[in-house]
Design a protein around this ligand. Structure first.
Ligand code: FCB
Length: 476
């Protein structure tokens, strides 16, 4: 491999108060299926063909049973913070307050105690896609009431854990649950109804706003509340109408950023949505736009669009957006990447660190004084390098992190207020519709024996956290 240009420590040094962490989510690692009620990913995983290899997350990393060992691994890494998510159906069996599970609540008490004793700040997200199946039976987030069920659950979490946990995120990547779950159908609950996707996008945001109110009512002084989104630059090749790119950017990026930061949906996107936006009722935007203490950005790659050849299907993670206006609509299945020259990670996603820096700068330009402190709540790459004599040399993963962290550092130098970074992921885990085949961990997990083996990137990340300086990659 080629090593990147040598840089001086000063050029690769992060601020000393920068927060370093790693991230996971409940459904992807917890296991202990018998300790909670069902969620939409349990059901979706049983649909033939929905998940690669028919994988499901009944055991996954068995984290809830191995939490002591896992917290020790985090401690060995020197993590300052750990972003996890709480499984809603583990707390509330039917999703509502009448169905509290003392067992599930107790499991998180134990996990948080272990983390805090190790000096690691837990940063929980309340909804990372594992919606209780009982709520799906009532329409999930297609049903406006779900925003209030979510707020009830959020208030309970603030009551239960708000004395020891300060920093919370309400939602993870609401675009994915809305559009991959309800338009392209590649995520649970597997629907192909773009109008429903718009309602789910809005009702999640409404739930976010109501959750802020509910949580602050419990703990008015202490909580630092945020939401995690997945914005990215959107590009089209020469065959794509630029107005389509505006619309995709509107749906992927501005639809989520504008209401949480500015308290209003973008007018052009509302116009694009036409009658589908009737789910937005008077007063909703005000609820969504309440004070936000921080914003989480998950970034993996820029999005590229081209017109697919007839009969071909593109890879997943492509938005499937059509609106009932006369304007041009997205082809049924855009392809990605549209630039075959771009390098890709093991999962096939393009490597575009310059787009990461560009989007962060855009945040300052677009939102100015309305911008809040930012945290990179996910960033990372899937590669499956072999284990040789107990060692996994995942150089390509380290190169991915190196390039994105250098891009991040340059953005911070330009004045983008990024305060922390969470590597995705701490562990290999259930990668949604990809099953266990795509490995994002800096720690390898053997899904037969559940053995954990830190990869070379874990040592590299440890050194970064210890010194605040991006370690030089040496040629191998
Ligand atoms: C993000 C998800 C996370 C993981 C990574 C690879 O979109 O938030 O759970 O699947 O992608």
């Amino acid at each position: 491999m080629s090593s990147p240009a040598q840089s001086s420590p000063a050029q690769s040094r992060f601020p000393s108060d920068f927060l370093w962490g790693a991230a996971t989510s409940s459904h992807q690692i917890e296991g202990d299926r018998s300790g909670r009620s069902g969620n939409i990913w349990d059901s979706f995983s049983r649909v033939p063909g929905a998940v690669v290899n028919g994988d499901h997350a009944d055991v996954a990393c068995d984290h809830l049973w191995l939490m002591e060992r896992d917290v020790q691994i985090m401690s060995d890494l020197g993590l300052q913070a750990y972003r996890l998510s709480i499984s809603w159906p583990r707390i509330l069996a039917d999703g509502t307050l009448s169905s509290r599970s003392p067992l599930g609540i107790g499991q998180y008490h134990r996990l948080f105690e272990l983390l805090l004793a190790a000096g690691i700040e837990p940063v929980p997200t309340l909804f990372h896609w594992d919606l209780p199946q009982a709520l799906e039976a009532r329409g999930g987030f297609r049903n406006r009431d779900c925003a209030w069920w979510f707020a009830d659950y959020a208030g309970l979490m603030a009551q239960e854990f708000g004395d020891v946990i300060t920093r919370w995120a309400t939602l993870n990547e609401p675009w994915c649950h809305a559009y991959l779950g309800h338009a392209s159908g590649e995520h649970a609950p597997g629907m192909s109804d773009p109008q429903a996707a718009v309602a789910v996008a809005h009702h999640q945001l409404l739930g976010h706003g109501l959750a802020l109110t509910a949580m602050r009512a419990e703990r008015p002084e202490t909580l630092q509340l945020g939401v995690v989104v997945n914005p990215a630059p959107v590009h089209g090749d020469a065959a794509i109408d630029p107005d389509l790119i505006r619309r995709i950017d509107g749906t992927l990026n501005r639809w989520f950023l504008d209401p949480v930061l500015l308290g209003r949906y973008p007018a052009d996107v509302l116009d694009d949505m036409g009658p589908w936006a009737s789910c937005v009722q008077p007063g909703d935007e005000e609820i969504i736009g309440q004070r936000l203490d921080w914003l989480g950005i998950n970034y993996y790659n820029d999005h590229f669009f081209t017109i697919p050849e007839t009969g071909t299907t593109g890879p997943e993670r492509t938005p499937h957006i059509t609106a009932p206006s006369a304007r041009p609509t997205l082809p049924a299945r855009p392809t990605l990447p549209a630039r075959p020259t771009l390098p890709v990670t093991g999962i096939g996603w393009p490597i575009t660190p310059e787009g990461f820096a560009a989007f962060l700068r855009r945040m300052v330009i677009d939102y100015g004084d309305a911008l809040v402190p930012l945290y990179i709540t996910e960033n990372g790459a899937a590669y499956d390098d072999p284990m040789i004599d107990g060692r996994i040399d995942d150089t390509r993963r380290m190169e991915y992190y190196d390039a994105h962290l250098r891009a991040l550092l340059s953005s911070i130098g330009d004045g983008v207020p990024v305060r922390g970074y969470f590597a995705w992921s701490l562990f290999d885990n259930f990668e949604w519709a990809h099953g266990f085949g795509q490995r994002f961990g800096i720690v390898h997990v053997d899904f037969d024996t559940l053995a954990r083996t830190p990869r070379a990137s874990a040592g590299w990340y440890h050194d970064l956290i210890a010194t605040s300086v991006i370690p030089e990659l040496t040629a191998s």
